[in-house]
Design a protein around this ligand. Structure first.
Ligand code: TRP
Length: 324
């Protein structure tokens, strides 16, 4: 039996995918003669939801028999929110791996421009179509597929109404250059207006703008809605302090944004999303064509309240419920 056939019989299905996905330059056999899968991970920046997605992904790979130090090597790289890093790391990962996980929109966009043959699974990407990662959610039609983290904004607004029955004017704070926010802002604005709210949009270009923009917005509105915006997320602690100071609650975004200073959200469970994405990655490693694998929405979404903020703002959050 030659070495390759032995390897295939040892790891079964996954090995056949390996042979399909890898070129000879990346093929490597460990001491047992088992083919090692090489997985690259490019995470846009460090924040809790992105970390949780990565951890969920790794746990699910493990549950599917891919164990680090055994039959899989993982090269995890974090771009620290920097565009130049994204480019450099993308090039390096594409040269070295059988499949790559991209975490957050900018990471996926960067890999999309660099990869010519390595499949890329993405996660925590709000709108993969408008980010031009896939042709459509049902049929991606290229090397990329994965999971969107879009939580139901209509439910978030329903909760806003329950928690703040007297609110009339809602501000939306977002970063103008973030594609992921643009789509959410459009949707939120429409839904808020349909629900009878007056809406004020406030776009920022960097973290430097957050303090002034939030302060002026909060002077004008009864509540602030935030999308899952990377820049806003990284300054949520400051936004939370302003929220207390101006007595204007912040709704929306992701659960970790709420923990850092928001009032509530109905948000994606990122760890579960990572698991969902790894199940897709396993299919790709076993030979599925990413072009044919539909993009998935989150299966697990949680109502999440920051009780400390609720208490400080004097808001009763004990009777919130989300309609089916
Ligand atoms: N959805 C964002 C994107 O597409 C990434 C993201 C995930 C995020 N969770 C978040 C951003 C929480 C801000 C806050 O890039």
């Amino acid at each position: 039996m030659d070495k390759k056939i032995l390897a295939i019989s040892l790891v079964g299905l996954s090995a056949s995918a390996l042979v399909a996905c890898s070129d000879s330059s990346t093929e490597k056999f460990d001491s047992n003669g088992t083919k090692e899968v090489k997985v690259g991970i490019l995470q846009y920046m460090e924040h809790e939801s992105l970390d949780a997605a990565r951890e969920g992904f790794m746990a699910e790979l493990k549950a599917n028999g891919y164990k680090e130090g055994d039959n899989i090597t993982v090269d995890y790289q974090n771009a620290q929110g920097d565009q130049a890093n994204l480019q450099t790391i993308s090039e390096q990962l594409v040269g070295d791996n059988d499949v790559i996980l991209a975490i957050a929109t900018p990471a996926a966009q960067s890999l999309a421009t660099v990869s010519t043959d390595v499949p890329v699974l993405f996660t925590a990407v709000t709108d993969p179509v408008s980010a031009e990662l896939v042709d459509s959610m049902d049929k991606p039609d290229g090397l990329l597929t994965g999971t969107s983290d879009q939580a139901p904004i209509d439910k978030q607004i329903e909760l806003l109404g329950q928690a703040l029955p007297d609110a009339k004017k809602v501000g939306i704070l977002y970063t103008t250059s973030e594609r992921n926010s643009e789509a959410q802002v459009e949707q939120a604005e429409k839904l808020l207006k349909n629900a009878g709210y007056e809406v004020e949009l406030k776009g920022i270009t960097s973290t430097n703008d957050v303090q002034d923009a939030t302060t002026s917005l909060m002077k004008d509105v009864d509540a602030v809605f935030v999308p899952t915006d990377n820049t806003v997320a990284s300054t949520m602690t400051m936004i939370g302090e302003l929220s207390i100071e101006h007595k204007v609650p912040v709704i929306g975004g992701a659960t970790d944004m709420v923990d850092a200073g928001g009032l509530l959200t109905y948000g994606t469970n990122y760890e579960a999303l990572g698991h969902q994405t790894a199940k897709m990655a396993v299919k790709v490693l076993e030979g599925a064509d990413p072009a044919e694998l539909s993009v998935e929405y989150p299966e697990t979404v949680d109502l999440h309240v920051n009780q400390e903020i609720a208490d400080k703002l004097g808001i009763n959050v004990s009777k919130l419920s989300v309609s089916k």
